[in-house]
Design a protein around this ligand. Structure first.
Ligand code: T4K
Length: 406
């Protein structure tokens, strides 16, 4: 849609937004419900360790996902770590590099070697053909990521895992409330891990979960989240403190009540972005399949190859000047972060798609704090930025602008 030319803030205009538009501003559900659940916990004087609210949250979430076991945990990173122990895994784990760094940190923290695999340019998730090339004698598991809340190629990955007798795990941090061909994410592979961090569209302040249909695996995860205790004074396995507390579970229960509302809002925003950016030269929106149940929590654009990383960073900096706090998730890719950069020098050569995508993605604000009108304005700004990249870069160079799209 054509709009009157606007003077971008970075080029001397006024910022378009008086308040900051975040990518991860938390969605807040029914406050009265949250407060009353918190009061219940306080009255019970039971604040953590498998409390009534955690149990209620686990039961409701398991029903929603249609999975036998939903084990609530303190966050997704610890959930991944506990899962690796509970499997148990040793050796190498094939993971994407284009993901939040916790996906790689968790196995490495436990002494496994993450083996970075390239992604598909369209989906931004593991490319099964590349996965198969990386399977070797030390491979113990494949850890796929349902990036942006879109299922990765679960069937193809399951076939590879079966053929080579590997564990198949999924980092489903982005994929709560999402279905893949009619089955909710949560029961694919051997187990899946969710995040309920404040910046996720469904949050428990901090939180996570392991979900699985394998009762034995779930039992080991439950034991490990509480130091390995199987009843008072009886420790039966190695464990850690991975418990979700009652305040987080209260937030989870309140958020569950608002889940459909959050998704509907995100979907409206996504459709607005989709409509407004249609036909914009120089970028593509990473599309959600409207036929599948989705959560639409990330609105992601990828710039055309003609744009460089410096161009992308200039655009992000220009958006920040408008108070649009777009992000570069998941730049630069785990393999270009420490300790991986030092551990695996040269691994980038087998990750050309990851590097191309990581250098060109921009994640735009959405969630209930962002209206469809806000989204329209953001699209206009993005289009204006795309048309004025040389001017923005010249202005930045002249101003010695140091901040490159935080
Ligand atoms: N696997 C994947 C694929 C993941 O994406 C993540 C986490 C994990 C595993 C691990 O899950 P957890 O262990 O966290 O449960 C954030 C989050 O910290 C992280 O949870 C998330 N992924 C990642 C994608 O984003 P940052 O460093 O970008 O977060 P931060 O604090 O800068 O917040 C993002 C934006 O949200 C900011 O613009 C400010 C705004 N914000 C943030 C908070 C915390 C708010 O408006 N209110 C808030 O309360 O990593």
């Amino acid at each position: 849609m054509s709009r009157p030319a606007r003077q971008l803030a970075i080029l001397g205009g006024a910022p378009s937004f008086a308040r900051a538009l975040h990518v991860g501003a938390p969605n807040i559900g029914d406050r009265a419900l949250l407060h009353s659940l918190l009061d219940e916990a306080l009255d019970r004087r039971w604040l953590t360790n498998d409390g009534a609210l955690v149990q209620a949250f686990e039961q409701r979430a398991a029903e929603l996902l249609g999975v036998r076991n939903f084990v609530a945990l303190c966050n997704a990173t610890v959930a991944l770590e506990i899962l690796v122990r509970a499997c148990p895994l040793e050796g190498e784990v094939i993971v994407p590099s284009f993901t939040f760094v916790a996906t790689a940190h968790a196995p490495l923290w436990l002494g496994l070697t993450p083996v970075f695999c390239d992604i598909d340019e369209q989906t931004h998730t593991l490319d099964p053909a590349r996965v198969e090339e990386l399977v070797g004698p030390r491979t113990a598991a494949i850890l796929g990521v349902h990036l942006w809340g879109r299922a990765c190629e679960v069937e193809a990955l399951a076939a590879i895992a079966e053929k080579h007798k590997l564990r198949l795990l999924f980092d489903a941090a982005h994929a709560f409330g999402v279905a893949h061909n009619g089955t909710m994410i949560g029961s694919f592979g051997d187990a899946e891990v969710f995040s309920f961090h404040a910046t996720k569209f469904f949050n428990t302040f901090e939180g996570g979960a392991v979900t699985t249909d394998d009762d034995g695996l779930a039992e080991r995860v439950r034991l490990m989240r509480n130091f390995g205790f199987a009843g008072h004074d009886n420790v039966v396995s190695l464990g850690i403190n991975g418990k979700m507390n009652e305040a987080c579970a209260a937030m989870g229960l309140a958020s569950l009540e608002s889940l459909d509302e959050f998704i509907a809002h995100n979907r409206r925003n996504y459709e607005t972005y989709h409509e407004e950016l249609a036909g914009t030269a120089g970028l593509r929106l990473v599309e959600h399949d409207l036929e599948q149940r989705g959560n639409f929590q990330y609105v992601v654009v990828q710039l055309a190859d003609a744009f460089t990383r410096e161009d992308r960073d200039a655009i992000v900096t220009a958006l920040h000047a408008e108070n649009v706090l777009a992000r570069r998730y998941f730049y630069p890719g785990c393999h270009r972060m420490e300790p991986y950069r030092t551990m695996f020098p040269g691994v980038g050569e087998r990750l050309p798609v990851t590097e191309r995508v990581a250098d060109r993605v921009i994640v735009l604000p959405t969630g209930t704090a962002v209206s469809a009108a806000d989204a329209r304005t953001v699209c206009g700004l993005l289009q204006a930025c795309l048309q004025q990249v040389p001017q923005i870069r010249t202005r930045q160079a002249a101003g010695g602008d140091r901040e490159q799209g935080r």
